[in-house]
Design a protein around this ligand. Sequence first.
Ligand code: ATP
Length: 356
Amino acid sequence: MTNQIELSGVNKHYGAFHALKNINLSIAKGTFVALVGPSGCGKSTLLRSLAGLESISEGELKIAGELMNNVPPRKRDVAMVFQSYALYPHMTVEENLTYSLRIRGVAKAEAKKAAEEVAATTGLSHLLKRYPRELSGGQRQRVAMSRAIIRHPKAFLFDEPLSNLDAALRVHMRKEIRALHDRLHATSVYVTHDQIEAMTMADHVVVMREGIIEQQGKPLDLYDKPANKFVAGFIGSPAMNFIPAVAGEDGKSLTIDLGSVKQKIALDHQVQPGRKVTAGIRPEHIGVTAPGQGTFDVPVAVVESTGSSTFVTAATTPELTIVETGRGTARAGETIGAVVDPSQLHLFDDTSGARI
Ligand code: ATP
């Protein structure tokens, strides 16, 4: 398969600040890629570099096989969709849609026909004569996407497009954007700080931190096998528990240190005897049973239930978070047995944070 976007050895400096560090990324045609990471990790800089709104300091950036390093934004044939919509307030929806075609010399009737076609795809046919102020947030977002679609770009670049919408509409729009991507056989790069959005929408997730790519891969591969402690803590909600631990003399067990609770637990693979590690376990992978029946007992500090799940915080150091499905059985102030399956444990090097 051909790569629609290819970045190799890309670096970006803002003066003395190194914002992108040796970025290598190949995006196959038709793929939906999410760039995700905490604030300041460089995801917007990377997206803006693709659009040509930032110039890269080193490396190669190719779109559809062509080197784009020095190609101005309007000649890259990519379309940006922003959270602020960037619609022209004095133009109707139809005029907003046809504007980019008209300035490129497309005849009025042809542009109108293109607008009607795109509006039919995005469910805007009945709103073509309205002004942006007469639309809801979701409808404005759809106009912004339609305006990108009408140009048949080589790639769609989304910069946190759903940040302005309320929670319910965000969930709805993320399905809508993904469905549109599939229908158009588009290539999409989507920036978000929301790992749930990244996990649910993308084929390929790129996790960034401080200008580097920490890990990239299929969403569930990142969840199942995070390459390091950072990715492990970033992907998954609530976040993975991290517990200081030391490997036993046999290398087949681990003593975890939860302050008042110190417990030897079995491992399903060999590690260097006596090695200091961080043991990671996801809240949804700890079972709850009666005291004395689990892997170890913990006192319960807080229980919060949403009805569909129950979040249990154990009074340990560090605190342990456990998620039970449904209403759960743990009660604040009582002691429970926590069940840990060795195959669900993730081990990380104590100093580098790399997966062991
Ligand atoms: P956010 O989610 O907050 O938007 P981000 O991951 O998109 O964060 P970027 O906007 O790409 O982050 O910024 C990456 C880093 O580069 C930040 O530390 C930012 O302060 C810095 N930066 C961005 N633009 C400039 C600029 N024009 N000059 C200097 N530094 C900049």
